[in-house]
Write a protein that binds this ligand. Structure first.
Ligand code: ATP
Length: 825
């Protein structure tokens, strides 16, 4: 269906909307805000912006302005749109899923299956047998295997651990307390990479983002057309007309995993008993998590499916194929996005992420308002300002907003309002329906979202939140859900699917879902999770509200978001054109240096940063879980204050370390991509990424662990020369080239000594994981001979004379049989 696109505009923040037409007399937008990013050290980053002139009055015709009370300014005359055929018309992207009848059949099959299935797997079934024994190379179907991404993007993804560990259970409840967010500023030493005086601080490259801004507010301002005349609502809003589409089903049914291990997909032996308790503060029975216990019992070490590695290219190809038909139309849509203005940023201020609008200007229930007040949220963040009124109206929304700008509250708050407005469960109703289902890609993120929900629910004692995540015992979650049915469920995809398939009555409860949220939606909709998400979508009612949130919304996701969203959903984009997807107040650098220098360079970088800032708080992202372990071991040996977190650690350990890092200063967290998305660690001063990030999005999300809530931060990407190609994928971001620090021979010796102390088995695992990771990279893995040369170079950087031998089976699975330079066993 052809639609028209008209940009909308709010005070400082323009809005564009792909929707039914509104016309205004309002003139063209003007780029009014000019952030000036000072990159000259030792000065702090400086920004200036200019308020736009008062916007002239405008007329909006049609009902929409009255419905939502926002400013919708047309700047049609100024907008050049290519490829749209007739003026502003574009065709809406077609669904990938055509056969809804088939889908319905499948859904009924699933539901009845789930309902019929009264058997509940025993702990050992669930946690054990299927994992370790089958261990390693479970021959799962492609889509299914990727479910391990639940925890890994848990990048263990590319690791091939070899043991298994005990199972456990412990319970955790969420604290409603919040860490402080004392701001801090970097000080830079002369000569260091992060030094203003000696560093490179070139002006940022110009961005080519094509986003727009807009905001909607209602409530007190409805009559006057919303807050926009005074507020700073911004973001772009697009509506994607088209059919509402069901979920996809490629005809393949995944095998029920039934007994399976944690989110990683490995089993472990049944563990000891589980002590469960609930935190009972003001609101009891909330956000209870059953997690792994007894870290000392060892982490699970079953082999992953090598198919995951081998298939990674195929999967991507398939993805592209699927999207072919839609490419054009979606491109058209993108082409129609135009820069309208800059946001009202004032990055020197710690509240620059906030808008001028207050929560009490929206129709939020008094008890929710009380909760917001308690936690100190008075003004909305920009994304909250832009999305809240739309969501409160019941619209489906795809929202894009930069990292650390309050997306969690943006979807939780209106979702809670839906629960508040829902009739209480009837007495004769056997199952308490789940009204809100939030899906997050990692356990940490799910736990964090549940904690945030609890904060907001402080004065809603009758509304419960529960979290279900991998790495915990399914049976305990089942019992917990039975004992304390909640209306809001936060889940990781794999575990949720387990419950759909294995927990009696769960599928029925899901039929009550009114709001479905996909946090980190682009990640959940990529091939790693897609099948699980499709099944989950099939298990919730079609008549529901769906909210998709992320800091990155690549084109592929725009193409397939219809599997979740209604045809008339709105795309609200608060990342305005002319600004990058990353924060201006986060200084980004890249350092390209030979692999054999990486460990020494990393050490030097960290030392410099630590010397600059006693309150340092650093995240070091590594390519895989096993490489993470190796790097953490090395830095520890070098006497740095280090923790590590990755998928090979039991959930209880992950939770503990994550909590510690959240509260700490003066600490380095070496991590795989379990921490890449969403995790809200306050006051991170530096993010180091060592080796190739999985993709552009991952780079942005990792970097987004710093510079949250308007604070400053720094990021450095450390690459080998043959990884430099990655820079082209982020060339629109303001990275500057870092000068290579001088490595004094002492430092190198010290690092070499520390490496020689490292455990051999860690090096072996790291080597194998490294090989797997780069093998699955299209660029690096293409030439297997070169790949092996590079892997062996990596082996030498660990101080090994000979590369570790790899099991023949593994080599076969990776397609690396008979490649010279590899040792097999
Ligand atoms: N209105 C508000 N006022 C003040 N602080 C807020 C507000 N809303 C959210 N926050 C806080 O801002 C921080 C960042 O929020 P959140 O983690 O939801 O960001 P995000 O946009 O989801 O980031 P990411 O893209 O990394 O997932 C959190 O500590 C949250 O509690």
């Amino acid at each position: 269906m052809p639609v028209k696109i008209f940009p909308l505009r709010t005070g400082l923040l323009p809005v564009s909307r792909l929707s039914t037409s509104y016309t205004t007399k309002y003139g063209p937008p003007v780029a009014l805000v000019m952030p000036v990013f000072s990159r000259t050290f030792p000065q702090k980053l400086k920004f200036r912006f200019f308020e736009p002139p008062f916007l002239p009055s405008y007329q909006v015709k049609g009902v929409l302005i009255n419905q939502i009370g926002i400013r919708k300014f047309s700047v049609r005359s100024e907008r050049v749109r290519s490829g749209s055929g007739s003026g502003h018309e574009v065709r809406v992207a077609k669904s990938l899923i055509e056969d809804e009848a088939e889908l319905s059949d499948w859904v009924s099959g699933l539901s009845s299956n789930s309902l019929r299935k009264t058997q509940v797997y025993s702990d050992s079934d669930v946690d054990g047998n299927n994992g370790g024994d089958n261990g390693g190379y479970r021959n799962r179907e492609r889509g299914e295997t990727r479910r391990r991404k639940e925890s890994e993007s848990d990048n263990g993804a590319f690791d091939f651990p070899s043991g298994r560990g005990g199972s456990r259970g412990l319970e955790r409840s969420f604290s409603r307390g919040r860490g402080g967010y004392g701001g801090r500023l970097e000080e830079n030493r002369s000569g260091g990479l992060f030094s203003g005086r000696g560093g490179t601080r070139n002006a940022s490259e110009s961005s080519r983002r094509k986003e727009k801004i807009g905001g909607e507010l209602k409530g007190k301002n409805e009559r006057s057309g919303g807050l926009t005349s005074q507020g700073k609502g911004w973001g772009s809003v697009e509506r994607f007309p088209g059919r509402q589409l069901g979920m996809g089903n490629d005809g393949r049914r995944e095998k029920s995993r039934g007994a399976r291990g944690s989110g990683m997909g490995y089993g472990k032996d049944g563990g000891g008993g589980v002590g469960m308790k609930r935190e009972r503060k003001r609101v009891p029975q909330r956000a209870l998590v059953v997690t792994d216990d007894e870290e000392e019992k060892g982490e699970e070490e079953g082999y992953r499916s090598f198919k995951e590695l081998i298939d990674s290219d195929d999967v991507d190809d398939e993805d592209e194929d699927e999207g072919d038909e839609e490419d054009k139309t979606v491109d058209d849509v993108f082409e129609k996005e135009k820069v309208l203005s800059q946001p009202p940023s004032s990055p020197g201020r710690s509240d620059s992420y906030l808008s001028e609008s207050r929560f009490d200007q929206c129709s939020i229930s008094p008890l929710s308002m009380k909760g917001l007040k308690d936690v100190g949220y008075e003004k909305m963040t920009v994304v909250q300002e832009a999305t809240l009124p739309v969501i409160l109206k019941g619209k489906d929304v795809l929202a894009k907003a930069k990292t650390g700008t309050g997306k969690t509250v943006a979807f939780l708050l209106p979702a809670i309002e839906v629960v508040v407005k829902s009739p209480p469960v009837a007495r004769d109703q056997k199952q308490t329906p789940i009204l809100v289902l939030v899906i997050c890609p990692t356990r940490e993120l799910a736990s964090q979202a549940a904690a945030e929900a609890n904060t907001l629910l402080k004065y809603h004692p009758s509304i419960g939140v529960q979290v279900v995540i991998g790495g915990t015992r399914l049976t305990l979650e089942q019992k917990r859900m039975q004992a304390n049915p909640c209306q809001i469920l936060v889940a990781t995809p794999g575990r949720l699917k387990d419950h759909i398939e294995n927990t009696a009555g769960f599928a029925t409860r899901l039929m009550g879902v009114k709001v479905l949220v996909l946090d980190e939606a682009d990640h959940l909709l990529d091939m790693g999770f897609r099948r699980d998400i499709e099944k989950i979508i099939a298990a919730v009612p079609k008549q529901r509200q769906t909210l998709l949130f992320s800091a990155t919304v690549p084109q592929e996701v725009r193409q397939i978001c219809h599997i979740a969203l209604k045809r008339d959903h709105e795309f609200i984009n608060t990342v305005q054109e002319g600004s990058e997807e990353t924060h201006a107040q986060v200084r980004q650098m890249h350092l390209v240096a030979p692999l054999d220098k990486h460990f020494s360079l990393l050490y030097t970088l960290l030392k410099e940063h630590i010397a600059d800032d006693v309150n340092y708080k650093i995240l070091v992202f590594c390519t895989t879980a096993m490489v993470t372990r190796l790097v953490a071991e090395l830095l520890s040996e070098l006497n740095l204050n280090v923790r590590e977190i990755h998928s090979r650690k039991p959930q209880s350990y992950r939770t503990r370390v994550s909590d510690e890092f959240r509260k700490s200063k003066g600490l380095i967290l070496v991590t795989s991509d379990v921490s890449a998305r969403g995790v809200d660690y306050p006051d991170v001063t530096l993010v180091v990424q060592i080796g190739l990030p999985a993709d552009r999005q991952q780079y942005i999300h990792r970097l987004g662990r710093t510079g949250r809530k308007g604070k400053e931060g720094q990021g450095i990407l450390l690459l080998a020369p043959w990884e430099e190609f990655f820079l082209s994928t982020i060339k629109d971001l303001p990275l500057t080239k870092a000068p290579e620090p001088l490595l004094d021979p002492e430092t190198r010796k010290k690092v070499e000594r520390a490496l020689s102390q490292g455990e051999m088995k860690n090096k072996e695992s790291a080597y194998q994981a490294w090989l797997g990771y780069y093998n699955s990279n299209k660029n690096v893995g293409r030439d297997k001979y070169r790949l092996v040369e590079l892997a062996n170079e990596f082996s030498r950087t660990m101080g090994l004379d000979n590369p570790p031998a790899i099991p023949k089976l593994v080599l076969g699975k990776m397609g690396l049989k008979n490649i010279p330079g590899l040792r097999s066993r």
